[in-house]
Design a protein around this ligand. Structure first.
Ligand SMILES: [Zn+2]
Length: 500
């Protein structure tokens, strides 16, 4: 699908500025039933119903219509919704009105029409019995799963709510600031990962649900991010561009990554083979004779890849065998970096138990294994590395710490969410807390092996908050596996933990 050329944008200023982004849309909606187009000037912001001096009766009437429909989303006293969409955050489903979705989106029109004909529609839990609670089937109220509506992409709660707001009103409200800003107090938040993530999710929704004006708007926003952000943060933009056939964005992402130092292993892990091939070709074409001379030994490369494949299979015994039969070391293969990025915490722990890896080694891009674990925001792996003596204060080549990395990746909303509410994102907050406590405990730590009894005590309090969640058991299981001191955790739940 090509974005419509009939859309006009009054301004390209950032939506991150909390309401300063006017956008006028003069495009008929794509769904089969046609509604009158919005008039220029009716778009953004909180403009009053009366409008300016030149406003027509039609404009006033459309503005009122928009506000009336918005009440359907906001009014908690009157619920006349007739379907639910489950979003993958464990929270309650999002209630929707099928008549509005069908009127505004050709995708939803087809989805509901297929269900009306008795077909098992895509993502329809009640019809397809594809999971969920079955509540929809019992009440006659259909329930859809977002991951089935948008296969291959993720649309979170806030992005879906913003998308619905646009569908209902024709106006795109500014995203909540704590959703599009990170937990780093010194970040300008103009291109940090939460802002990118939100735009990417809206793009998945706009593309899948066929809303061309949103595709066009967010294509511009994604393009703006590509040059401003870190290369790691370009990857989700590239993925949505590839998924949604946004050629211009895709080309720009490919060029940016080709010019970066992102290594082949990361490329192979994160991107499709076609995209990787294009990036490698660009790099090859731009190589000088000097670069050719520095190409690494293919035998060495093969040995490194064998070790990585053994780690992919969670087979640390095989890693030992490979080390014994060749000259290569764990550090030569950046095995700990690889495991911190892509393996389970159990594998990281077993690898560390070999006692053969330098915990604070930096890879060719200047990252330690702890930096990479921070990027992944996996508490068990972070704790595993700290417990074995990784230095929390080490900086990347561009001066970032593991804490800074974690803070930039974490949404302010998630950082500020109280632990009791049991949100998925508490894991992000836990990572920051683990790293900060370690930093306070040992701000200038050197490469001594340390154990962290104080860290364990602090974390005990955090884990008590998480007690009611299934995830805490998984996390404790991992902590036991990595040998973290857990003597106090028997208080959490009787017999299960008394054996620790
Ligand atoms: Zn930020």
């Amino acid at each position: 699908m090509e974005p419509s050329s009939s859309i006009t944008f009054a301004s390209s200023s950032s939506y991150l500025s909390n309401g300063s982004s006017p956008c006028s849309v003069a495009l008929p909606p794509p769904g089969p039933p046609q509604a009158p187009p919005l008039t220029a000037g009716e778009g953004w912001g909180s403009g009053g119903a009366a409008g300016g001096s030149g406003s027509s009766v039609e404009a006033v009437s459309l503005n009122r219509l928009s506000k009336n429909l918005e009440q359907l989303l906001l009014d908690r006293d009157l619920d006349c919704s007739d379907a639910d969409v489950e979003v993958p955050d464990g929270g309650p489903p999002v209630a929707v009105h099928r008549c509005i979705l069908a009127a505004r989106s050709a995708f939803f029109y087809d989805l509901f029409a297929a269900r009306g004909r008795g077909g098992a529609a895509r993502g329809d839990v009640a019809a397809a019995a594809a999971g969920g609670t079955g509540e929809g089937a019992a009440s006659g109220r259909p329930r859809y799963k977002m991951e089935e509506l948008v296969p291959g992409g993720r649309v979170g709660r806030e992005a879906f709510q913003a998308f619905l707001g646009y569908l209902y009103t024709g106006k795109l409200r500014p995203a909540p600031l704590d959703v599009v800003s990170c937990a780093d107090p010194v970040c300008p938040h103009d291109s940090c990962p939460p802002a990118i993530r939100f735009a990417v999710e809206i793009m998945y929704a706009a593309w899948t649900f066929k809303i061309p004006e949103l595709i066009s708007l967010y294509q511009r926003r994604l393009l703006n991010f590509v040059d401003k952000t870190l290369v790691e943060d370009v990857i989700p933009i590239l993925q949505v561009a590839s998924h949604s056939e946004l050629t211009q964005v895709l080309d720009k992402c490919i060029q940016r990554i080709a010019r970066s130092d992102l290594d082949d292993i990361s490329l192979d892990k994160e991107l499709s083979p076609e995209v990787v091939e294009k990036i490698k070709q660009i790099r090859k074409n731009s190589q000088t004779a000097d670069d050719d001379a520095s190409i690494s030994d293919p035998v060495h490369e093969k040995r490194v890849r064998r070790i990585h494949r053994a780690l992919d299979s969670d087979d640390v015994e095989l890693v030992k065998l490979l080390l014994n039969e060749s000259e290569i070391t764990l550090d030569d293969a950046n095995a700990l970096h690889y495991a911190a990025s892509y393996c389970d915490s159990k594998v990281v722990s077993e690898l560390l138990d070999l006692g053969l890896a330098n915990l604070n080694l930096k890879n060719s891009r200047g990252y330690t294994a702890l930096h990479l674990a921070a990027m992944r925001r996996e508490p068990a792996i972070i704790m595993c590395l700290l417990n074995k003596g990784a230095t929390v204060s080490q900086l990347t080549a561009d001066g970032r710490s593991a804490i800074g990395i974690c803070r930039r990746l974490t949404r302010a909303k998630d950082y500020n969410t109280k632990m009791e509410q049991g949100q998925e994102s508490n894991k992000d907050r836990l990572c920051i807390d683990i790293l900060e406590r370690e930093m306070m405990r040992n701000p200038m730590s050197v490469e001594d092996a340390v154990t962290s009894p104080l860290l364990a005590d602090d974390l005990h309090m955090k884990l008590l908050y998480l007690e009611n969640r299934g995830e805490v058991h998984t996390m404790l299981d991992k902590m036991v596996l990595i040998g973290f001191p857990l003597k106090n955790f028997s208080k959490l739940e009787g017999p299960r933990w008394e054996q620790i």
